[in-house]
Design a protein around this ligand. Structure first.
Ligand code: FAD
Length: 259
């Protein structure tokens, strides 16, 4: 891989750590179901298999292995381990409910006692917590990872959050204590209009002085748009931005790493 000198200096300043993990399959059993906002469903699980579970980065993901239907093969989808306690054997996943897909349908129908297998995380890319500021941009699917990121940073660290969600009640998902600035945007249901809303909001955005980390996770075309705006238009160093498509419009299992 070619890394120019400028990028190399930036990378050595704030150390990102890449960690590989052995992929372990674990069995979970549903012990709790809570509609925490109209579009966010929390499932709590118990498991005897959590020994050795680690997830050092807030944006780690595990695969959920959805039970096979008839002759069809089992399906896998990516989700963020929202919380876990190895000693207590508990595990939490938050599902951003959207109209239809095997993962959200499974979650909607899940009952206490139901089983779900998970695998991973396979790897973690851990961003340092020593930046002057953080900017998190995303949609409903990114909120679990944003929640973890907020919990992992000192309360005095300035964090700006720009999130596109279905409506005002979804805003309650993230804890607002600490040095946090929220820009909540409301999704229209049209990717083109949502992109325009994001672009208009970006145009009014001034990155704070100092060195910052930008994290983006949303529908893939919106996430790409945000990444390009932050790097090409605002000139944010590529070494200090991480972006991913968490889903793709019209495509099943459409997660994609951007940068
Ligand atoms: C690293 C990573 C971490 C993730 N963490 C979480 C998490 O913690 N919580 C969470 O809810 N999601 C998370 N996601 C997103 C989740 O994996 C996708 O939304 C996934 O497509 C859902 O699977 P499904 O079976 O419900 O729908 P799929 O079968 O994948 O898709 C069916 C249809 O629904 C559409 N669709 C998929 N997701 C959405 C959506 N969010 N809104 C509107 N339409 C959609 C697709 O375009 C497709 O047309 C994460 C994704 C990645 C890559």
């Amino acid at each position: 891989m070619d890394i120019d000198q400028g990028t190399q200096t930036l990378m050595s300043k704030h150390q990102f750590t890449q960690v590989r993990h052995d992929v372990v399959k674990r069995k979970l059993q549903v012990i709790g179901k809570e509609q925490i906002t109209p579009h966010m469903l929390r499932l709590r699980f118990q498991s005897k298999d959590l020994r050795g579970f680690v997830s050092p980065s807030p944006d780690d993901h595990i695969k959920i292995l959805l039970p096979a239907q008839g002759d069809a093969p089992a399906l896998m989808r990516d989700f963020t381990p929202r919380a876990w306690d190895v000693e207590a054997g508990t595990f939490t996943l938050d599902f951003a409910l959207h109209p239809q897909g095997p993962a959200v349908e499974w979650a909607r129908k899940a009952e206490i006692g139901d089983h779900l297998d998970i695998a991973g995380p396979r790897g973690s890319s851990v961003a340092p917590t020593d930046f002057d500021w953080y900017l998190l941009i995303g949609d409903a699917t990114s909120l679990p990872a944003m929640g973890r990121r907020l919990e992992s940073l000192p309360l005095e660290t300035p964090v700006s959050i720009m999130a596109l969600v279905a409506g005002r009640e979804e805003e309650l998902y993230l804890d607002s204590k600490g040095n946090r600035k929220f820009t909540w945007l409301h999704a229209t249901g049209s990717a083109d209009r949502d992109r325009e809303i994001l672009r208009t909001t970006f145009r009014a955005l001034k990155l704070p002085p100092g060195e910052g980390f930008i994290w983006v996770a949303a529908e893939v075309s919106l996430a790409r748009d945000a990444y390009r705006y932050m790097t090409d238009t605002l000139g944010h160093p590529k070494a200090w931005i991480k972006a991913a498509g968490y889903w793709s419009l019209g495509q099943a299992d459409g997660g994609e790493r951007i940068a």
